[in-house]
Design a protein around this ligand. Structure first.
Ligand SMILES: *[C@@H]1O[C@H](CO)[C@@H](O)[C@H](O)[C@H]1NC(C)=O
Ligand SMILES: *[C@@H]1O[C@H](CO)[C@@H](O)[C@H](O)[C@H]1NC(C)=O
Length: 313
């Protein structure tokens, strides 16, 4: 395994030859010590379960799925938009490039890792392909995982399947990856046959709270990445990543943040340079109080998301 320049623990570069090793390590990292029991199929926030599942879910999708509501196929979009009121801390991840300077302070939401819940396990492709992943199969899947349709888990599964089955918007490619192998295949397809690496947000301390004011401590570092594939975890009994990329220009940054409680985060953020095609209703425009196509829209990634970038030589 080769480290990319400037890489910390959160940045792993690899070539095709070392793919197996990487797979192995990531699978160990993600699956180690986790039993595939119904207790920890689905990671749920500990309090106020029903609402938060949906909030987390919607926020995550609204952050990255530009203008899906344009598609007009959905209950989900309408639902999440009405859900996203501007005081919801989950959506406090947006900023503009004007904010990208040392000493800038802004409130940011980073979901806390709850050590009492284990993240869902990432399946091997063989395992994943033996379980249907389709809303047509929802009744069987609910039975298989022992969740009732009305439970928060059941509703989350339904939402995830529906979101995964939505057609991508114009210019977007997407895949819901149910195994690391399928995520890597998708990424390889996006980048062509070049090395690539993954960058993630790293919490340098255990976060004392999910939502607080953070100050940019150092000059933000741009990670030169002509392309990127962002993969977001979705609530499901096993690990499912909603991966997507678009053709328009993005800039990727690593930003060292200090929280007012003393927490430290090495955050990965992306700036979407061209938002002219986004829906006017996109939640970021509401948060930032700007209009499509005016300023680039940037947002932070939660630690559990994966941002794949081609590795420059
Ligand atoms: C975070 O908390 C865990 C468990 O409570 C502990 O083992 C670990 O050392 C802590 N890490 C930091 C950076 O404080
Ligand atoms: C951030 O700081 C401002 C100004 O001090 C304060 O009004 C706001 O409540 C703080 N936000 C959070 C999330 O702590």
């Amino acid at each position: 395994m080769r480290r990319s320049s400037g890489g910390k623990g959160s940045e792993m570069g690899f070539g095709v030859a070392s793919l197996n090793l990487f797979l192995h390590l990531l699978l160990i990292q993600l699956a180690h010590g986790r039993e595939f029991t119904s207790d920890n199929y689905l990671r749920l926030p500990s309090s106020n379960i029903g609402d938060e599942v949906e909030d987390d879910f919607s926020a995550q999708m609204m952050v990255e799925s530009e203008e899906h509501e344009k598609e007009n196929n959905g209950h989900f979009q309408a639902h999440s938009l009405s859900h996203m009121d501007q005081t919801d801390p989950n959506i406090m991840v947006f900023f503009t490039m004007n904010d990208l300077k040392v000493s800038k302070t802004m409130p940011i939401y980073f979901p806390k890792n709850d050590p009492s819940t284990t993240p869902p396990r990432l399946l091997h492709r063989d395992e994943a392909s033996s379980i249907p992943f389709s809303s047509k199969e929802l009744p069987n899947l609910l039975k298989f995982f022992s969740f009732s349709q009305d439970s928060p888990q059941g509703r989350a599964m339904e939402d995830t399947l529906r979101q995964c089955e939505n057609r991508p918007i114009k210019g977007e490619n997407k895949l819901c990856a149910t195994s690391l192998e399928s995520m890597l295949d998708f990424t390889r397809e996006a980048f062509g046959w070049v090395d690539f690496s993954v960058v993630t947000t790293t919490y340098l301390t255990n976060l004392s709270t999910s939502f607080q004011n953070y100050t940019i401590l150092e000059v933000p570092k741009e990670i030169l990445a002509p392309k990127m594939v962002a993969c977001h975890t979705m609530p499901y009994p096993y690990a499912v990543y909603y991966c997507h990329y678009q053709e328009s220009e993005n800039k990727v940054y690593k930003i060292l943040l200090g929280g007012e409680t003393g927490d430290k985060v090495e955050a990965v953020a992306v700036c979407h340079m061209d938002t002219s095609q986004w829906s006017r209703n996109h939640v970021s425009f509401q948060v930032l109080k700007i209009k499509p196509g005016t300023l680039p829209v940037c947002h932070f990634f939660a630690a559990e998301n994966l941002v794949w970038i081609p590795t420059s030589e």
